[in-house]
Write a protein that binds this ligand. Structure first.
Ligand SMILES: [Zn+2]
Length: 441
């Protein structure tokens, strides 16, 4: 990690210095940075919200990549959710004009804002809305994946609720992230009701000059559509753990881990002289069943992450990689291909995948990125998952970027988790009230 300490600011001081950028979106760098691509990473808590400003001959054009926060990682400043403040800033900076809205994948921490602010987005001019092909309602395979996922999510929710498990706990938090996204989907699929063109993308697609932005080309690297990928996207094989106990009392809503016919018997039946299992053994069986359900929750969560659009935006000779929360299954589909080295070696900017989790930032991909020639931004915090960001990833980012990377939780917010003491922000990143700006190139 960098060595120079950055000053801590308190929120009251922030309020006094709070400023809003003029439409045109070059707050903190107007003039001197004119002509450069600007990436604004908002600190929203646990979630992603990135606003890109592309300079064009016709004036700035704006691309919004995700707008969401996890309900258990949502943080507030002076009583207002940072995501709401981010939305207000986006409206002001863009003059309510967005060329492209990208919803990388259907997780609350990436799309909740599209639902919460659907009405307000309906006052925007939006040219295009992008989603992964796995959300295409006209694609039979996508629909099948979607239906299975919906069923499993509701069963897992019922299971954890019956256990009394708080949504602050890992597997329950993972399931919560997949639930409650209907309002966002509705807004996205309807093009926010403003006539935006809704497009679904798969690996191999190329969007040439989308939304009429001359010179912009977007290569879509994920999610793939091949059989291997689809097998990974299918609910895991142990979905038999998810039989719901029907019409029962006491455990209603609980997942039944064992087959009822084979393993149930009437206690009062004298012909069944089954020995009573020792308490310790029963406890072990129970914990095994529960851990299998926990694993299923995490596996399903990973399936959804792997549905992420991985977009490589090329503009003005610069390449910006936005992989959403793609985890290894998604990366693997293209990073082993012969063309991946030339793609990755030309990266100028990298949005760290999945908030800095270890298997969303595979070593073989990072190693193909150019040494000390790109910057990276990571939207992260340690709540609700203390394992994120992965400590092992941080030295690798230091080395690969030449210490030109920044984490969103370096912006101190009272009561919110913060980056470790001693974390510094390299001067190429300009700190706003609750965001960092980076000018690419
Ligand atoms: Zn995420």
């Amino acid at each position: 990690m960098p060595t120079k300490k950055r000053p801590r600011r308190n929120n009251r001081a922030k309020t006094k210095t709070q400023h809003e950028p003029a439409p045109g979106g070059t707050s903190g760098g107007a003039g001197e940075r004119a002509g450069k691509i600007q990436v604004r990473m908002f600190r929203v808590g646990f979630g992603d919200c990135f606003l890109l400003t592309l300079p064009t001959a016709q004036g700035p054009r704006y691309i919004l990549v995700d707008c969401g926060v996890h309900s258990k990682g949502n943080i507030k400043l002076e009583g207002t959710s940072l995501l709401e403040k981010a939305f207000d800033n986006i409206a002001q900076v863009t003059g309510k004009k967005l060329s492209i809205v990208i919803a990388t994948h259907p997780h609350q921490d990436h799309i909740s804002g599209f639902g919460s602010f659907a009405k307000q987005f309906g006052e925007f001019s939006i040219s295009e809305v992008w989603m992964p092909w796995t959300e295409d309602p006209d694609d039979p395979q996508a629909k099948s994946l979607h239906d299975k996922r919906t069923t499993l999510v509701s069963r897992l929710q019922a299971h954890f609720a019956a256990l009394g498990m708080s949504e602050d706990i890992g597997p329950a938090a993972a399931v919560a992230n997949m639930a409650g996204n209907a309002p966002a989907f509705q807004a996205l699929h309807s093009g926010f009701g403003v006539g935006a063109k809704v497009r679904y993308f798969k690996a191999g697609d190329l969007a040439k000059e989308p939304a009429g932005i001359q010179g912009l080309n977007v290569s879509i690297l994920g999610p793939p559509t091949d059989q291997k990928f689809l097998a990974q996207m299918d609910p895991p094989a142990n979905d038999h753990y998810l039989r719901l106990r029907g019409g029962d009392t006491g455990g209603a809503g609980m997942v039944e881990p064992f087959d009822r016919q084979q393993w149930s018997f009437a206690k009062e039946d004298p012909s069944l002289a089954w020995p009573e299992l020792p308490e310790a053994y029963k406890k072990e069986l129970r914990s095994r069943a529960n851990s299998a359900v926990d694993e299923l929750a995490f596996a399903l969560d990973q399936c959804v992450n792997n549905c992420s659009i991985v977009a490589l935006l090329s503009y003005q000779g610069l390449n910006l990689l936005f992989p959403g929360d793609a985890q290894y299954g998604n990366w693997e589909s293209w990073v082993k291909s012969s063309g991946s080295a030339s793609l990755l070696s030309g990266v100028s900017f990298y949005k760290v995948a999945h908030h800095g989790s270890v298997n969303a930032n595979p070593k073989e991909a990072l190693e193909k990125m150019p040494d000390a020639k790109f910057a990276a931004m990571m939207s992260t915090q340690s709540r609700p998952w203390p394992s994120i960001p992965a400590p092992g990833l941080l030295p690798a980012l230091d080395r690969k970027t030449g210490k030109q990377w920044v984490r969103s939780d370096a912006i101190a917010i009272s009561g919110a988790p913060s980056a470790p003491a001693g974390t510094v922000v390299p001067p190429v990143f300009q700190e706003g009230d609750f965001w960092f700006d980076y000018f690419v190139g």
